[in-house]
Design a protein around this ligand. Structure first.
Ligand SMILES: [Zn+2]
Length: 57
């Protein structure tokens, strides 16, 4: 029991609104507790690589 995720509580993707119960494969959570699904993570990575600016996300 080393996980600190609050599993059992459904979360929704900030990007597309998909819902899942963490830990969901490919999903990532940032420091503000905002979740992104695997698809949106990929989209974000592309944008981050392009802009190196996450403030407006
Ligand atoms: Zn998404």
């Amino acid at each position: 029991m080393s996980q600190t995720e609050d599993d059992g509580e459904p979360v929704s993707c900030r990007g597309c609104g998909r819902q899942a119960t963490p830990p969901a494969l490919g999903w990532s959570r940032d420091g503000d507790g905002v979740w992104l699904c695997d698809t949106c993570v990929r989209d974000n990575l592309r944008s981050i690589e392009a802009k190196l600016d996450t403030e407006w996300w």
